[in-house]
Design a protein around this ligand. Structure first.
Ligand code: PLP
Ligand code: COI
Length: 355
C-alpha cells in the first residue's frame, strides 16, 4: 500500500448540478463538476490534482494524437437506497489498466493510486451519482502520451485522468446484431485484449456500415477465417445454448471483461454449466435455427446485460425468444442490480465503498 495520496483539490465555483436534468442523461455527454489529473515524468507519477471539469491545453504534436499511445477504462459507481456510494469491482479495472499500459509501452500506475484517485473524485462529486434504477455514475479513467515529438517512439511523459458522467442505459432496446464476416477488430498478436483507443477507432467504419444496413451492433469474429465469435461491439458476448452458458474464452483478441467475469461467477454459483471456449459461428446459427439458442446478450459496464433480439449472418436473420421470457439473463439482471445497489449482502466483496 502506498500512503494516502497527496491530492491538490481546486473546487469549482459554479456547480452545474442544479441545472443538470437527471431525467435525461444521454450516455457520455454530461460531465460532473470535477476531474482527476496526474502527470508522469522523470519516471514517476506526480501532481495529483482534482480540478473543475474543463478543457486542457496540450501541444498539437503530442504522440497520443499521432500514434495512438492512449487507452482507457470504464467503471460504474452506484448509489444505494441508504445513500451510500460504491464502485463496482475497480480492482479488476486497475489490473486491466496496467495490462493495457504494458501492451502500449506506457508506464503502469500502482493499483493503489488508481483506486484512491477514483475514490477521491467520486467522493467530491458524490451528488452526481444518480439515485435511480438502471442509472449510475460512469467513471472514465484514461492515460495518454504527452511528449511533443513526431518520431515513432514511446513517450517519456503521460497524463492520467478520470472523468465522471451520470448515465442511464447505454442501449434502450433489444439489439438486432450482425455477424461481421469481412472487417476485424483485432488479430492474434494485436491488442484486442487492451482497452486501447485505436481498437475503437478501427471499429467505427464497420459499425457505421452495419447501422446503415439497419443493425444495432456487430458480433466480431476471428481475423483468420471469420469462423469463431469473439465480442459484440464494446461488450463481451454470451449465449445460453441447450441449457449451458457459453462464451468465447479470453485470448489476445478479446477484452477480459469485468461484467463477463461477474456473470460467469454467478452462473457457476447457481450450478449452471459454463463453457469458456472457442465458440463457432456455425453452432450459434444452428442453435438459432433449431431453437436451442435460448439466450444471447452482450455483457459490459456501459452495456450492462444487453439482450440480442436477432442475429444475422450472410444475409439471413434469425430471431430469438422475447428477452422477458429468457430465464438466465433476467435472473442475472436482477441479481446484478441487487448487488450493485446494495440490496443483498455483497458476499464477493465486489462493491468498493467511497467513504
Ligand atoms: N469488450 C469490449 C471491446 C469493451 O469495450 C468492453 C467494455 O468495457 C467489454 C468487452 C466489456 O468489459 P467490462 O465488462 O469490463 O466493461
Ligand atoms: C465500457 O463499457 O466501459 C466501455 O468501454 C464501452 C464504451 C466504449 C462506451
Amino acid at each position: 500500500m502506498t500512503e494516502t495520496l497527496d491530492i491538490k483539490i481546486t473546487k469549482t465555483t459554479h456547480s452545474r448540478l442544479q441545472e443538470t436534468d437527471f431525467n435525461n442523461l444521454p450516455f457520455g455527454k454530461i460531465f460532473s463538476d470535477h476531474m482527476f489529473v496526474a502527470d508522469y515524468a522523470d519516471g514517476e507519477w506526480k501532481n495529483f490534482q482534482i480540478v473543475p471539469y474543463g478543457d486542457i491545453s496540450l501541444s498539437p504534436a503530442i504522440s497520443s494524437l499521432h500514434y495512438g499511445q492512449s487507452f482507457f477504462e470504464g467503471i460504474k459507481a452506484y448509489k444505494h437506497d441508504d445513500g451510500q456510494v460504491t464502485v463496482f469491482r475497480p480492482e479488476k479495472n486497475a489490473a486491466r489498466f496496467n495490462k493495457s499500459a504494458e501492451r502500449l509501452c506506457m508506464p503502469t500506475l500502482p493499483e493503489d493510486i488508481f483506486l484512491q484517485s477514483i475514490a477521491a473524485v467520486v467522493d467530491i462529486d458524490r451528488d452526481w451519482v444518480p439515485a435511480k434504477a438502471n442509472h449510475a455514475l460512469y467513471i472514465r479513467p484514461f492515460m495518454f502520451a504527452t511528449d511533443p515529438f513526431l518520431g515513432v517512439a514511446p513517450s517519456g511523459t503521460y497524463k492520467f485522468m478520470v472523468l465522471l458522467c451520470p448515465v442511464g442505459p447505454y442501449f434502450s432496446k433489444t439489439l438486432r446484431v450482425k455477424i461481421e464476416t469481412y472487417y476485424t477488430r483485432s488479430a492474434e498478436g494485436g491488442m484486442g485484449f487492451a482497452k486501447s483507443s485505436g481498437n475503437y477507432g478501427g471499429s467505427m467504419l464497420p459499425a457505421k456500415k452495419a447501422t446503415e444496413e439497419g443493425f444495432d451492433q456487430l458480433i466480431w469474429t476471428d481475423a483468420k477465417n471469420h469462423e469463431y465469435v469473439e465480442e459484440m461491439g464494446a461488450a463481451n458476448v454470451m449465449f445460453v445454448l441447450d441449457g449451458k452458458l457459453i462464451t468465447p474464452s479470453t485470448r489476445d483478441t478479446i477484452l477480459d471483461g469485468v461484467t463477463r467475469d461477474t456473470v460467469l461467477t454467478l452462473a457457476r454459483e447457481w450450478g449452471m454449466p459454463v463453457e469458456e471456449r472457442r465458440v463457432s459461428v456455425a453452432e450459434i446459427i444452428e442453435g438459432a435455427k433449431t431453437g436451442k439458442l435460448q439466450d444471447a446478450f452482450g455483457a459490459g459496464t456501459a452495456a450492462t446485460i444487453a439482450a440480442v433480439g436477432s442475429i444475422s449472418h450472410n444475409g439471413e436473420e434469425y430471431f430469438l425468444a422475447d428477452p422477458k421470457t429468457r430465464e438466465f439473463s433476467q435472473k442475472v439482471l436482477v441479481e446484478l442490480d441487487n448487488i450493485k445497489y446494495g440490496r443483498v449482502t455483497d458476499t464477493h466483496n465486489w462493491n468498493y465503498p467511497v467513504l
